[in-house]
Write a protein that binds this ligand. Structure first.
Ligand code: CA
Length: 228
């Protein structure tokens, strides 16, 4: 069974996609925004992704770039954007196909089958673990394991969520607000002291010199960045 991740914030369209995909024996996960899409993709390892570009928290193209760091699973963009530059940007970010809304469900299903035929089912761990190797430590996004010098590093669920968001966006500034919202929820989007505490814990576990971090970088007053 192939697994498909549907990334779309329009509940009616999500419903239609889920019903049609399940009727054709696909396993389906759905994510209504970019942050949950990246978390779900890392956890479920989909064989294909259907990706809306207009998402509430970030642009779908950003989601695509973050996915392409670690997965080659086909990504079919579903978007109301019809201009050539927008399509070209999506293809350059790693899209495999592009359907403009509104699209016919039969055409979408045919293109999905074609994309899956080209790539085959995405290999599962342990043959091809989605591992990000930072040098000092490495992170397996599928097994949700971190190791350092050959030993497992134990992370709390909150530490893991923070680390996962950062390493899925290498080199990119992730704002304090977004980290707080994604990990603790919208009610906590101003509690930047949570972040200071948890980032300090992560650094103690992962950084060679926690007081001079080289992987988990603070951008003062703005947010955090992972440098591989
Ligand atoms: Ca949308």
């Amino acid at each position: 069974m192939s697994r498909v991740l549907v990334v779309e914030d329009d509940p009616q369209l999500v419903r239609a996609l889920v019903i049609n995909l399940q009727a054709r024996e696909y396993g389906v996960d759905a994510a209504p925004d970019g942050a949950s899409a990246l978390r779900t993709a890392a956890a479920r390892h989909p064989d294909a992704v259907l990706l809306d570009l207009g998402l509430p928290d970030m642009d779908g193209v950003e989601v695509l770039r973050a996915l392409r760091v670690w997965t080659a699973a086909p990504v079919l963009v579903l978007s109301a954007r019809r201009s050539s530059p927008e399509k070209i940007e999506a293809f350059e970010a790693g899209a495999d196909d592009y359907l403009t809304k509104p699209f016919s469900m039969d055409e979408l299903l045919a293109r999905l089958r074609a994309a899956l035929r080209r790539t085959g089912p995405f290999p599962q761990a342990p043959e091809a673990p989605a591992v990000v190797d930072a040098g000092e430590f490495s992170v397996n996004l599928v097994a949700k394991k971190v190791s350092r010098a050959g030993r497992d590093v134990r992370l709390t669920p909150t530490e893991w969520q923070l680390l996962e968001i950062l390493i899925c966006n290498p080199g990119r500034l992730i704002t304090q607000r977004r980290l707080l919202q994604d990990v603790w929820g919208p009610a906590h989007s101003n509690n930047s002291n949570y972040l200071r505490v948890y980032m300090a814990q992560l650094r103690r576990k992962l950084e060679p010199d926690p007081s001079h971090p080289r992987y988990l970088i603070t951008e003062p007053g703005m947010g955090y960045r992972f440098e591989a």
